[in-house]
Design a protein around this ligand. Sequence first.
Ligand SMILES: N[C@@H](CCC[C@H](N)C(=O)O)C(=O)O
Length: 288
Amino acid sequence: MTALASGTFSKGHGTGNDFVLVADPDGAAPLTPERVRALADRRFGIGGDGVIRAVRAGATGDAALDAAPAGTWAMDYWNSDGSVSEMCGNGVRVFVRFLLESRLAQLADGEGIDIATRAGLKRVVRRGDRFSADLGPFELGGDRLVGAGGLQVDRPGLDVSTGNPHVVVALAGDDELDALQLHEAPSLDPAPPDGANVEFVVPGTIADGVGSIRMRVHERGSGETLSCGTGAVAAAMATRHWSGDAADRWIVDVPGGRLEVEVDERGHAWLTGPAELVFRGEGISPAR
Ligand SMILES: N[C@@H](CCC[C@H](N)C(=O)O)C(=O)O
């Protein structure tokens, strides 16, 4: 078991999707899979669905992040199992909150900042205590069969890319959603080459141009989580597609709270919701 190394960290979450955040502006302390697993461990470490390093583009040691203009803040996102992902919608909003609270950036209400991610530059705008992220254009793909604990028969799922891969499955109603057992990863046939996050949704009503859905998610690299921002966008955009593009605004209720998704005139999907920091701490060296 790799113990925690010394250094300060923050713990934050967006609708219960929780992260350990560390600042490493000059890229002096790159993350490793072992260190990420130790930090994210809920019993032997701090605990989180993911670990995020704040580092300046040009110093990240990762070609996809270093492609951004030098000096841009880069979100080096890792899943709790020690794998990296291209993008995290809740993470990028919590990341900006972390930059502000750590005085690494300043944003007045309504102002935005570009953040480098492995899926390209993402603009995050402060709206009071809430943060909106422009996740850019999304892409709908083909179908694949999805099986999961509690589902009587496999269902078709729609591939959606929001920079990272998702498969969205529509269920018949709340009973079916509540009966799902997601401690094991859903089966995907055919299996996507890089794995996928899987969202199960129950479409609700559409009124006055606003649709609503309930969602549960099994995340690639983290298991079932209370929320997934890119997953909420994927779920809303799949449901929008199934509805014949009946609404551009969607309310997404997840076990950890509520997120909003809106498609703008350029076809970009915006994700809005809370971003909280809950504590800051000091790691203790294993040599102590
Ligand atoms: N929870 C995140 C997504 C994190 C990455 C995901 N598990 C993956 O591997 O793609 C979100 O809020 O988007």
